[in-house]
Ligand binder design. Structure first.
Ligand SMILES: CC(C)(COP(=O)(O)OP(=O)(O)OC[C@H]1O[C@@H](n2cnc3c(N)ncnc32)[C@H](O)[C@@H]1OP(=O)(O)O)[C@@H](O)C(=O)NCCC(=O)NCCS
Length: 318
């Protein structure tokens, strides 16, 4: 039986996720194949993004598969999707994906996609059959943040975090976030995401100003995803710089992120960018950031991304 996912399902979903992805990675021949269970508040926050598009499939009162859906304005994406190994090949994956995609379309999604392990030929076959086309890699780029060598923002720049604001100032900052997001991608809205992060204490949003005009923002997680993981990384998965001459603002943007990393008592910053945005990707490599992980992005036919490839736009569908 296919039904909407409930908060009460999350413990079992967590176990299905760990077992299914551990098995899939083992099948792919990866040495470090074990996928541990996730932190429960993280999964709960994940479900709250767009519960209407998240489903489980169950039989004999046990969950056999699940899918999460996410909607940022009109940018919709799905994942993770998993069906327990013993129940694969019976149409469950297809039913879960169809239901989730339909919910996102009904809610007005104009961009629709997902990310998956690039090594999995099986997944490529599965998704292409469902009219999702593989495109660019989304790459996690990492840099260690020195706690001693502290760089300051040039005087013409200023940065502020959402958590450092209250009342009207916070509401204004939320509006600014959406205005900036809209310039990166006309389908993107991020204020809901920033509010959710604040509510769960899982991360924050920062704004960068040049001569008091907003020029960029970053939204990231400061807390860990897996119970057994060490808390070490700031993971920026949404953000960017809006000016045509964004290269001029990039150093200030990275200084802002280093400050955030230090304030959150973390050691590394990770910036997640699609290789579709080649200039931005190259610029970050030139600044010394190193690839540590990559996923393959798929986009549904007719629901392609609207962002221009020359903007500096960090985003990851995970
Ligand atoms: C990917 C996954 C969700 C698919 O679920 P599933 O229940 O096994 O898939 P289904 O039985 O619904 O298959 C759906 C269709 O894809 C097809 N398919 C599956 N693998 C295929 C392949 N390698 N090449 C071509 N088509 C394939 C099936 O034949 C079926 O076609 P049909 O609709 O014409 O009958 C499941 O294998 C899984 O959980 N894998 C591990 C976790 C993972 O990698 N998740 C996805 C990444 S986020």
């Amino acid at each position: 039986m296919l039904r909407h996912m409930q908060i009460e399902d999350l413990r079992e979903v967590n176990s299905v996720l760990s077992r299914t992805f551990t098995h899939a990675r083992w099948e792919q021949g990866l040495q470090a194949y074990h996928v541990p269970t996730c932190c429960m508040p993280f999964l709960e926050m994940y479900l709250q993004r767009f519960p209407h598009g998240s489903y489980v499939i169950e039989g004999r009162h046990r969950i056999r598969g699940f899918i999460f859906a996410h909607l940022w304005g009109k940018v919709g994406w799905v994942g993770p999707l998993a069906v327990l190994p013993d129940w694969q090949g019976r149409g469950y994956g297809r039913d879960l994906l169809d239901a989730s995609v339909q919910s996102l379309k009904d809610a007005g999604a104009a961009t629709l996609g997902l990310e998956s392990a690039p090594l999995s030929y099986r997944n490529i076959g599965f998704y292409v059959k469902k009219h999702f086309m593989p495109g660019y890699l989304t790459v996690d780029l990492s840099r260690e943040v020195q706690s001693r060598k502290i760089e300051r923002l040039p005087p013409s720049y200023r940065a502020e975090s959402l958590s450092g604001l209250d009342g009207a100032a916070q509401r204004r900052a939320m509006d600014t976030l959406d205005q900036l997001a809209n310039q990166l991608d006309p389908n993107l809205q991020v204020s809901g995401e920033a509010a959710l992060l604040r509510r769960y204490g899982y991360g924050d949003a920062w704004l960068l100003y040049h001569h008091d005009a907003p020029v960029g923002f970053a939204i990231g997680h400061t807390e860990k995803y897996y119970e057994k993981e060490k808390r070490r990384h700031l993971k920026v998965y949404l953000g960017g710089l809006i000016r045509r001459t964004w290269q001029d603002d990039l150093d200030a943007f990275l200084i802002m992120l280093a400050q955030w990393t230090r304030e959150a008592k973390l050691k590394y910053m990770i910036l997640r960018i699609s290789a579709r945005h080649q200039d931005g990707f190259r610029a970050l490599i030139r600044k010394g950031l190193e690839p540590v992980h990559a996923d393959l992005r798929f986009v549904l036919n007719g629901y392609e991304e609207r962002s221009r490839s020359e903007v500096f736009y960090l985003n990851k569908w995970e």
